[in-house]
Every structure is written in structure tokens, then in C-alpha cells.
Design a protein around this ligand. Structure first.
Ligand SMILES: O=C1O[C@H]([C@@H](O)CO)C(O)=C1O
Length: 550
């Protein structure tokens, strides 16, 4: 069947954390509506850009776009942006069940509010039916972080010399709702804070005593790595990024921007009180209060809106990296749903993640190349064989992996910019190892969640310190690695992944931290361009008919 959505994209004044803020909305709200479909459905989203002076593009995060590379929604990679006043139709098949998300992929509009969830149910009786049961139903949880400064102010700060970093989020949102402490604001600013605004009323998740629920959890944060828990209830992790995992039980779940998880919880606690759902910042030194929502039992003596009798859980120690790596290692494929990886790669690309400087500006670079998007989308430039649309020299395949001190401050942080891309042989097996390092300041390395468009990849291994291309690959997990579309690269660590370049198109691969992609932390892959079907005219509107640029 076909699922139709009609979306008007516009700026509206919103109160996500009670503080009035101009946000990019879908049909007036942020987050946007959850898209619900069944595996095999065609989703058609008609997007009308009512932003007046601003372009837009929307990415369907986790949907592989098999045969529809022009519908990936990545401005500069797969399409020209949708101009103000224009309408654009995204049409694609959701071929795998699972929990996904959508968000803007133009400038910093995702952080400005354009985001939401995609829930794809398994085709009944099909081979991808869930290997687990829940009799209570489902709840959706979309996690986000939130600032009061506009994304334009944030972007200008990133490009300033010296950098004006926005700092930690003001609030953490659960399903678009947070709670800023209005009384802590200066009196002139407090007028914009309305603690009783309905848009920031706490989200309540209701459960029937004794039943088991599936919570689908997605993170669209701009910056924060989060730790999520439901007070008093253990969570059994059963799915990540659309793939079933070998179930494991946690009290606290780490979730990075761009990741999704499904967990099962049993409503087996005292029904006469409420419980916190809590979201806490990890990996960066927190400066944000716990984000909260409420779990409430039907038939209990507590009013659904009553705050729980406890303080919100503070989460684990923010700097406990080993604890987070353990969760990464525990996340492996479900034995009945394993898709074993090809035994070896045809090509290995080593990518050093470093913070650099260009003309005095702080940038992120991959093998010392800071990524910029071309004006003509790669998909159009390559399909039409336009010359000069982007730098045709391929970016570096590796870095000085025998000499680079990942724990030290880089001696010469100067980098270059490029919009070159990696061209992959169609059908080949590609290994990518992401190597983290120290930043410009000493004794600091952040977590980077890397997201690959157009594919799911096998997560072959994680390590701490310098990756050794001779010593480490023999220990890769080729037995039961889980497939994902977004994976964490831990502080000072490396992450190895493998994918098959079998989806004709051009695909972005980047850090999902909004500011980091803006500062150049990404690459692009091309494969099988000659197999791409006829491009829809609507994606080519920034390219002149003759082939050159407008
Ligand atoms: O990209 C970043 O820039 C800042 C800081 O390194 C510069 O102020 C920060 O914390 C980042 O993650």
C-alpha cells in the first residue's frame, strides 16, 4: 500500500522547553508527525517549502533508497534544495521493518526543529517478523537536545575567528517536550518563558500492569550523546537501526545521535506511583538538567500527571567510556536474523577524525581534508558527466597510521578543504576504519556517531588507541556483527565497519553531530552511477540545462 503525507514546512514560534523559540516546523509542529508504514509500503511525502527565504531538503534516515537514490534528501549530494515556494515529492519504499527517523539535511535545519520518527512494522508472517513478543503495545520516544540561540547564530559562531561555541544544550527534549527553569532566567528574558505552556507539558507514557511494552527510541540530538533509562524498570534491547539484536538487559541505554533502539519493558512495578523516564548527557561534561517524561500505570492510585516521588535519575558517570564501549560490544546480531558479512574486503579505507584549523577557523577533517558540499549535487554531476562540478581528485585513502599520535595534539593542525569523493567499484566489499584522536585542546577526545546513507554496514570491531591494520583485523567479529546505519567512534578509539557497495547512487557518510558535519566532518561515496535510472527533473533545479551551473 501507499502511505501519503502532506507537509507544509514553515517557521513558527514554539515552546518546546517552555521558552519561546522560532523553529522550523512540519504542519506547525516540532517534532513532525511519526510516519507509520508496513514493510514493503511506498511512502510518498509531498513537501511544500513555506520558509519564505530559505531552502530545505529532508533525509529519510535509515531507509536505504534502493533504486531511488534521488529521494535520499541530502542537499548537495542527491538533490538540489527545494526552493522557497516550491513543492517536492519524496517517493520511496520502506523495504525493512524497524525504527528510523527523518530530518532536514540542509544547513542546520535539523537542529532548528525539522525532525521526526519513522516506524516500519514487519510484514505479517514474513521472514523479518520480530523474534520477540510484547502484549502491551508500543510507545515511541524521540530524544533531542535544544538551545535557545537560533541555528544561524550558532553557525555564525562556528565560522567566527575565534570560534564562538554554543556550549551544552539548554534542555533535553523527550518527544519535543522539555522543561527549562523559567525562574532562573533574567527578568527581561523570563517574559519569553511560560512554564504552563501546553507545548512543554510533560509527556506521559501509560502502561497496563503486568503487560510488556516495546519502546522505540530514536535520538536526533545535534550534539549530545545520551543515556536513557526508565526508573525502576529494566530494558531488554531487541533492535537497533532496523536490525534485531541478541537480546541483552540494561538499566541504562547509551544512544548516540542518529541511532535507534527498541527495548522491551515489563510493567511489573508498584502501580500506585509514577516513574521517571530520564535522558542524561554522557561523553561530554554535562551542563544540562536531566530531560524527563513520566511512566504511569493504568488503574494505579497516582494521577498520570503527578511527578514521581523521587528525584530524576542522574544517569551513569558521564566520563565512563569503558561502560559505553561495553554496550557497543554487547550489541550483536540476533542468532536467527544474522546476515553474516562477506569474509574479506576488496578495499580498506582508513579515516582519521581530527579537529583542525583552516585560515584560523576551527574545522573537522578526515585525513586532514575538511569536507565541503558541491553546489551541483554529485548525483546530477556524475550521472550527466558534468566536468568541473567538484574536485575530481579522490580524497586520501589513509593517513600516517604508523606515526600518528592519537593521544597528542596534532603538531600541524592546518587542513585543506575539498568536495572530492570516493568512487567505489560496484558490488565491492569496503572496510572503513574510523580512527578518533585528540582535539585541538589537550586531553580531550569526543564521541562521534558516524552515519552512512544508502546502506546498512556490519560493525566489525571497536578498539581504544591506534588502529593497527596488521594486528586488529584478525580479531574482527565476522561471526555475528550487527548491521547498523549509525555507529559510535569512542574517545581515542577506532571503529571498523564493512559494507557492500551495491546500491547505485552517491551517498554521504558523516558525523551526525550537526556542528561537526557543518565544520567538514564527512565524506561521500559513489557506486554504480551508470546503473542509476533517469533522474527526476525536480532534483536538478540548481543545475542549468546546458550542464553548467547557474
Ligand atoms: O567542534 C567542537 O568545537 C568545540 C570546541 O572544541 C571548540 O571550542 C567543541 O566542543 C566541539 O565539539
Amino acid at each position: 500500500k501507499t502511505v501519503h503525507e502532506h507537509w507544509d514546512i514553515s517557521y513558527q514560534f514554539t515552546h518546546s522547553d517552555c521558552v519561546r523559540k522560532l523553529a522550523v516546523t512540519i504542519n506547525g509542529g516540532t517534532p513532525g508527525p511519526t510516519i507509520r508504514a508496513v514493510q514493503g509500503d511506498t511512502v510518498v511525502v509531498t513537501v511544500k517549502n513555506l520558509l519564505m527565504t530559505e531552502n530545505v531538503a529532508i533525509h529519510w534516515h535509515g531507509i536505504r533508497q534502493l533504486g531511488t537514490p534521488w529521494a535520499d534528501g541530502t542537499e548537495g549530494v542527491t538533490q538540489c534544495p527545494i526552493l522557497p515556494g516550491d513543492t517536492f515529492e519524496y517517493r520511496f519504499v520502506v523495504d525493512r521493518p524497524g525504527t528510523y527517523m527523518y530530518h532536514a539535511h540542509y544547513g542546520m535545519q535539523r537542529s532548528a526543529g525539522l525532525n521526526g520518527m519513522i516506524v516500519v512494522a514487519a510484514a505479517p508472517g514474513g521472514p523479518d517478523a520480530e523474534p520477540f513478543a510484547y502484549d502491551g503495545g508500543e510507545h515511541d520516544v524521540l530524544l533531542n537536545d535544544w538551545w535557545h540561540k537560533s541555528t544561524y547564530e550558532q553557525a555564525a559562531g562556528l565560522a567566527a575567528v575565534p570560534i564562538e561555541w554554543v556550549g551544552e544544550p539548554k534542555s533535553l527534549l523527550i518527544n519535543g517536550r522539555g522543561r527549562y527553569n523559567c525562574s532562573a532566567m533574567a527578568s527581561d528574558a523570563a517574559a519569553a518563558c511560560n512554564a504552563t505552556h501546553p507545548e512543554c507539558a510533560t509527556q506521559v507514557f501509560a502502561v497496563v500492569p503486568g503487560k510488556t511494552y516495546r519502546f522505540r527510541i530514536a535520538s536526533v540530538t545535534s550534539l549530545s550523546a545520551l543515556n536513557f533509562e526508565i526508573e525502576g524498570h529494566e530494558m531488554t534491547v531487541v533492535e537497533t537501526d532496523g536490525h534485531y539484536v541478541k537480546p541483552f538487559v540494561v538499566k541504562n541505554l547509551n544512544i548516540y545521535s542518529g541511532e535507534t533502539y527498541s527495548v522491551l519493558i515489563k510493567a511489573d512495578q508498584d502501580p500506585n506511583r509514577n516513574y521517571w523516564l530520564a535522558s542524561n548527557v554522557v561523553s561530554r561534561k554535562p551542563g544540562t538538567p536531566t530531560g524527563t517524561a513520566v511512566l504511569s500505570y493504568y488503574g494505579g492510585r497516582s494521577s498520570p500527571r503527578a511527578p514521581p516521588p523521587t528525584s530524576p535519575p542522574a544517569g551513569p558517570a558521564w566520563d565512563d567510556t569503558a561502560y559505553r564501549i561495553n554496550q557497543s560490544l554487547a550489541t550483536v546480531a540476533h542468532p536467527e536474523h544474522a546476515h553474516p558479512p562477506p569474509p574479506r574486503a576488496d578495499r580498506t579505507i582508513l579515516l582519521l577524525n581530527s579537529q583542525n584549523k583552516i585560515d584560523g577557523r576551527v574545522k573537522w577533517a578526515i585525513n586532514n581534508v575538511s569536507f565541503t558540499l558541491p553546489h551541483t549535487p554529485y548525483l546530477v554531476a556524475l550521472k550527466r558527466r558534468l566536468r568541473g562540478a567538484f574536485d575530481e581528485r579522490p580524497p586520501p585513502e589513509t593517513y600516517n597510521h604508523t606515526g600518528y599520535d592519537v593521544y597528542g595534539v596534532q603538531a600541524n593542525p592546518n587542513a585543506t578543504t575539498s568536495d572530492g569523493l570516493y568512487r567505489l567499484a560496484f558490488g565491492s566489499v569496503v572496510d572503513v576504519v574510523l580512527q578518533n584522536a585528540n582535539m585541538l585542546a589537550p586531553n580531550n577526545s569526543e564521541t562521534h556517531p558516524w552515519h552512512l546513507h544508502g546502506h546498512d554496514f556490519w560493525t566489525l570491531g571497536y578498539g581504544v588507541g591506534r588502529f593497527d591494520p596488521a594486528a586488529h583485523p584478525p580479531a574482527f567479529n565476522l561471526r555475528d556483527p550487527v548491521m547498523k546505519n549509525t555507529v559510535a567512534v569512542h574517545p581515542y578509539g577506532w571503529t571498523a565497519l564493512r559494507f557492500r557497495a551495491d546500491n547505485p547512487g552517491v551517498w554521504a557518510f558523516h558525523c551526525h553531530i550537526e556542528a561537526h558535519f557543518f565544520m567538514g566532518m564527512g565524506v561521500a561515496f559513489e557506486e554504480g552511477i551508470e546503473r542509476v535510472g533517469k533522474l527526476p527533473e525536480e532534483i536538478t533545479r540548481c543545475v542549468s540545462k546546458k550542464g553548467g551551473q547557474h
